[in-house]
Ligand binder design. Structure first.
Ligand code: 5CA
Ligand code: ZN
Length: 431
């Protein structure tokens, strides 16, 4: 599906090192060094109540990673899904009396507009689940043939059938652990009690009768009356959550890609299970690094669609906030930190933007004229750029990057135009 307009990312002289990034699986900060092209998958939105500040913070973190890769001379291949058929979306559509397809379409349109306004680099492959139903069904069938999937009967008859009993299809974790290069928990590193609690909280069904292991996730949900369903060899139904990301990632990026990303709410079960499905399908690990952003809270709780404590990017924009200020407000927090949005952060970011514009934007335009000479006491802009690069390649330390630019704003620079280009290229803020 169509993504959104790509921002112009200027190139700047010199080159940074490959970025170092925290890996959830090993708990270490590791070099995210691509073998050839940097291949990145980031879990996309479930399109309702988009785009809140938490979503924006997550996509901005992976935008920053891409800018660091581009500055290090790598090409980037970026894929992202849209969960346009799933329980919470269908529930919202039913509750509001809107067709689920219309709800998804309108929310994806809003998300695109917000991403574009924020200058977020779009994915090369932007793939909705409904576009790859056949591939997902084929993957479930492949797992079935490999003996890694099983049926759990439901109490309902299959809609449209002559009383045939519907059965959901589950992934056999223990079987996959025996066959595939994968172990449950190797990405999340959680103990079983924590897994069980998070599984129940995040769409899983640990108590369902008939499952081989309480943690086995659903691969394919049998058709139910009033729910969308597609025909498949394993019976009419629709994809489970984790398999969608495994299939889209494998299709677009192949195995062993550089970074799998998303918010920390996806560490378990989503990323453990997606990695398990993918390893069972391909015989290879899904990704080299598993990178997770912290959760943005508002009014004391995680900003979330289900709680409704949302600050929407579109509302901020409608109230006249410059999207560059939204970007700076988000970049003021380290991507791995959990933090709380407060309304005053916009004002602080607007003042920072004004200070930077007055210090470098104006100076860079003046220095473009050949008559201007820099003062002998001027600081080297190239040295400031070096410091910026060092901050960003050190696990995307954007608060440090902002402090470096703040400090430079106090002095004359020998080449303000260079810093202006670097701020645009690395931080995505055009002054
Ligand atoms: N469609 C699935 C992923 S396959 C999903 O989680 N969708 S979502 O709309 O709920 O979230 C989209 C992205 O934003 C995910 O990466 C999620 O981890 C992240 N996210 C959601 N809420 C927050 C928050 N409060 N703070 C930071 N990131 C968040
Ligand atoms: Zn996902």
């Amino acid at each position: 599906m169509r993504a959104w307009q790509r921002p112009v990312v200027p190139s700047i002289p010199g080159r940074s090192d490959a970025p170092r990034l925290h890996d959830t699986a090993t708990g270490q900060v590791v070099e995210a060094r691509p073998t050839d092209v940097a291949r990145l998958y980031v879990c996309g939105i479930t399109p309702y109540d988009a785009t809140h500040i938490g979503h924006a913070a997550t996509y901005l973190a992976f935008d920053t990673l891409q800018r660091a890769w581009l500055d290090a001379g790598y090409r980037v291949h970026y894929a992202q899904n849209v969960t346009d058929v799933d329980d919470p979306l269908l529930e919202r559509a039913t509750a509001t009396g809107v067709d689920w397809r219309e709800l998804a379409e309108s929310q994806v349109a809003l998300f695109r507009t917000d991403m574009e306004a924020l200058g977020i680099i779009p994915p090369d492959d932007y793939v909705a689940v409904t576009e790859v139903i056949d591939e997902i069904a084929a993957a479930v069938d492949q797992l079935w043939d490999a003996g890694l999937a099983y049926r759990v009967e439901t109490s309902d008859a299959l809609p449209g059938s002559a009383g045939e009993q519907a059965a959901d299809i589950y992934f056999d974790i223990a079987g996959a652990e025996r066959q595939a290069p994968w172990k449950l928990g190797e990405e999340s590193n959680l103990d079983r009690a924590t897994m069980l609690a998070l599984f129940a909280e995040r769409g899983g069904d640990p108590g369902r009768a008939g499952k081989r292991d309480a943690l086995d996730p659903m691969l394919w949900r049998a058709a139910r009356a009033g729910e969308p369903a597609w025909p498949s060899k394993v019976g009419a139904g629709r994809p489970g959550w984790h398999i969608e990301c495994s299939v889209i990632a494998l299709k677009e990026l192949g195995t062993d890609f550089t970074v799998q990303g998303g918010g920390s709410d996806l560490i378990f079960p989503h990323h453990d299970m997606s990695a398990g499905h993918a390893a069972a399908l391909s015989g290879h690990p899904l990704a080299g690094v598993y990178s997770h952003t912290g959760m943005v809270a508002y009014q004391g709780e995680k900003m979330s669609k289900s709680l409704g404590n949302l600050v929407l990017v579109s509302s901020l924009r409608a109230s006249g906030v410059d999207p560059r200020a939204i970007r700076l407000a988000l970049l003021g927090h380290h991507y791995r930190a959990d933090w709380e949005w407060t309304d005053s952060q916009v004002g602080d970011a607007e003042r920072r933007l004004a200070r930077w514009t007055a210090s470098f934007g104006a100076a860079s335009r003046a220095s473009a004229s050949p008559s201007s000479t820099s003062s002998p006491a001027a600081e080297s802009a190239a040295a400031v750029v070096d410091r910026l690069r060092a901050a960003l390649t050190d696990d995307l330390d954007t608060p440090r990057a902002l402090a470096i630019v703040d400090a430079a704003a106090g002095h004359p620079l020998d080449d303000p135009a260079l810093l202006v280009r670097a701020i645009d290229a690395l931080l995505g803020v055009a002054l």
